[in-house]
Design a protein. Structure first.
Length: 204
């Protein structure tokens, strides 16, 4: 899911011989098309994130009930899912930010469209083109971030689930367990096991 160089295509479509009105109309159409595509991508990301969260919620009670090495095995199954969920959350944030930026430019273009042609409008249009060029440069930089996030997701998806019957690894570090339980509690809406243990000790 890499953001294409939409502005390059948009500015190429405008052409140097188009009237100012045609340039504005084409830029408006380009922004609307990009917003539509962003919405589709964002919806896909949200749906995928919900699927991952459902899987995590299924595994969470098994992790909580497990003891010894099998608890570590479940942790190794859950961690890649949490990493993928975090990567997808970052992609959603980038998409949302881009949608806000393009929406702001669209509003300015629509305002210019309704104004009479004057030197001031021409100057405002040139300023807008520069701003959209800067936005496109930012999106190019974001492409690198998105590509890395997608590589991380791909690596996570290749992780093989440990065989619980053969898992003999040493218990995980307590701090790592607390971090994992905290993330699980945020997703599943449950208190971390360490917190429940502290509450039990207080009640005793």
């Amino acid at each position: 899911m890499v953001i294409p160089d939409w502005l390059f295509n948009l500015l190429a479509a405008i052409g140097l011989v188009d009237t100012e009105e045609k340039k504005i109309q084409k830029m408006i159409a380009g922004c609307k098309e990009e917003l539509s595509r962003f919405r589709e991508l964002l919806e896909m990301q949200i749906n995928e994130a919900e699927t991952i969260e459902r899987e995590i919620r299924k595994l969470q009670p098994k992790y909580e009930e497990a003891q010894g090495p099998s608890k570590g095995a479940y942790a190794e199954i859950i961690k890649p899912l949490l990493q993928k969920r975090a990567a997808m959350a970052e992609k959603q944030r980038l998409l949302s930010d881009n949608m806000k930026a393009v929406t702001a430019q669209l509003a300015k273009l629509e305002n210019l469209r309704d104004l009479p042609r004057t030197p001031e409008r021409t100057d405002a249009l040139e300023t807008l083109v520069t701003q959209i060029q800067d936005l496109n440069d930012d999106m190019r930089d974001q492409n690198k971030v998105l590509e890395q996030l997608e590589k991380n997701e791909y690596k996570g998806s290749e992780t093989t689930a440990p065989d619980l019957s053969e898992f003999t690894a040493a218990p995980a570090d307590a701090r790592a367990d607390e971090s994992l339980e905290k993330e699980l509690s945020e997703i599943c809406g449950t208190a971390p096991a360490s917190s429940r243990k502290a509450d039990d000790e207080l009640e005793a």
